[in-house]
Design a protein around this ligand. Sequence first.
Ligand SMILES: C[S@@+](CC[C@H](N)C(=O)[O-])C[C@H]1O[C@@H](n2cnc3c(N)ncnc32)[C@H](O)[C@@H]1O
Length: 219
Amino acid sequence: MGFRGTSQTISNFASLSLVERAFTLARHISCPWDSILDQVNGEGSLLDIGCGHGLFLQLVKRKYPQMKCAGYDHDSRKIELARTAALDKDIVFLDREQWPPIDGMVFDYISLVDVLYAIPLDQWVSLLTIASKHLSSSGSLIIKETVNFPNWKFHLCLFQETMAVKVLKYTKGAAPHLMPVGFFEGVFARAGLTILEQKRLDSWYLWPHYLFICKKNSQ
Ligand SMILES: C[S@@+](CC[C@H](N)C(=O)[O-])C[C@H]1O[C@@H](n2cnc3c(N)ncnc32)[C@H](O)[C@@H]1O
């Protein structure tokens, strides 16, 4: 579990309600952020798709204040919360009206952290194709998802995400899909992406975290 930096996360989201602060704290503790941050070298620009409250962007800015950071979420409530929490952080947040970014806007990094699972399977390729279009030719697409193994972590995660999306509705999205690694590989190929690296990130976590780093195929 990742407790490092939690006190700063509590203070970064201090302007939000107690419930939202508790949510971001739980997100901080339950996701392997340090391993995801290790994929960023501190230079250039980053777009976080499905940014939620903007936690990953805040962590990137904390480590690399010079980076240009932007976030997008289809949930306008989350974007408002992210904007409120990051007022003084020089992070740009895009809402549905501003999506997709204008042609020609490219980023050195594009991240999706626990987003694809909440999107209908037949929409993954189109979202990743948009991501690929806005990724620089040498850029990295960072995808952290939860997958379908180990079996007990899969069932725990499926239960929690079903509660999040369908019952308590604190995540706006479709029924959760925790897919096999092979399914991701097929989708990435159809979106014109090549996997550079992939690995499990679930040691010491109750959730089946998994990381893919992709680059776009040359045109
Ligand atoms: C589990 S939350 C993860 C939030 C954030 N990435 C994080 O790691 O804390 C999933 C997020 O994906 C967003 N999302 C789901 N479907 C989306 C879509 N089609 N386009 C953009 N965001 C989407 C949800 O609104 C939600 O904020």
